[in-house]
Write a new protein. Structure first.
Length: 243
């Protein structure tokens, strides 16, 4: 039985991942942006899931989420599922928060970062990241390229951790919209599988996955110079360095 923390788990892919892992008998820590939002996973809490609350668009609240998770005890895996499609907080939620949680949460055995097929259209230019981390010129596609690079650099720097990125597909969630063509069930199974499976393929690191098949990410995601520059920017913004 594993213990897994899933960010953004009040609906969509995060909730589906949490429910699947609970069904399999694992311990799950769910996450909500606010106490009010936590009420939407009352059914999961009633089944034994623990809850953590904090707005990932805010650095201090993200620190608070890490504190709550660490106080609850060590984890086997973290699924960095939370994400936003647009608005002023794309970079903060999609990139800064997973980076900060990675640096602050007691190191688990496995890390899974939610990417997107749209990362192939992202720009490797980091000039859009402002000194305060607002990054108003960073698009959704950019942010998913950066978080894919983050997953791959963690795999390189932490050989004792299985770190992977997942493209869940364009699925009918609140973010994806009701007309999204992909299968919601398949959209969440890969991250659940990577979090707990003892399948030899799931015990690999540095992968970019879609529907349990390893694929090729944007070539820039593998660029060690970009990875290093990204880590430097994120360390400057958060005051925390990944070592």
């Amino acid at each position: 039985m594993a213990r897994i923390f899933i960010t953004g788990s009040t609906d969509g892919l995060g909730r589906a991942t949490a429910r699947t892992l609970l069904d399999q008998g694992h311990d799950v820590v769910v996450h909500a942006r606010s106490t009010g939002r936590l009420a939407s996973v009352r059914d999961l809490l009633d089944r034994g899931a623990l809850g953590a609350v904090g707005d990932l668009s805010d650095i201090e609240e993200t620190r608070g989420v890490a504190d709550q998770v660490n106080r609850a005890g060590p984890l086997d895996a973290v699924v960095h599922n939370a994400g936003v499609l647009g608005g002023a907080h794309v970079f903060q939620v999609n990139v800064v928060a997973p980076y900060l949680l990675t640096t602050l949460i007691q190191r688990p055995r496995r890390l899974i970062y939610l990417s997107s097929g749209m990362h192939h259209g992202g720009s490797a230019d980091l000039a859009g990241i402002d000194r305060d981390g607002a990054a108003a010129r960073v698009s959704y596609s950019d942010s998913k390229l950066y978080v894919t690079a983050l997953a791959l650099v963690v795999a390189r720097l932490w050989p004792d951790v299985l770190s992977n990125a997942v493209d869940p597909g364009w699925v009918p969630t609140k973010m994806g919209g009701p007309n999204a063509p992909d299968d919601l069930r398949l959209g969440h199974l890969t991250q659940a599988w990577l979090a707990v499976s003892e399948d030899p393929e799931a015990l690999t690191s540095g992968g970019y996955w879609h529907h349990q098949r390893r694929q090729q990410a944007h070539r820039s995601a593998y660029d060690e110079r970009l990875q290093t520059e990204l880590l430097d920017q994120l360390a400057r913004i958060t005051g925390e360095r990944l070592t």
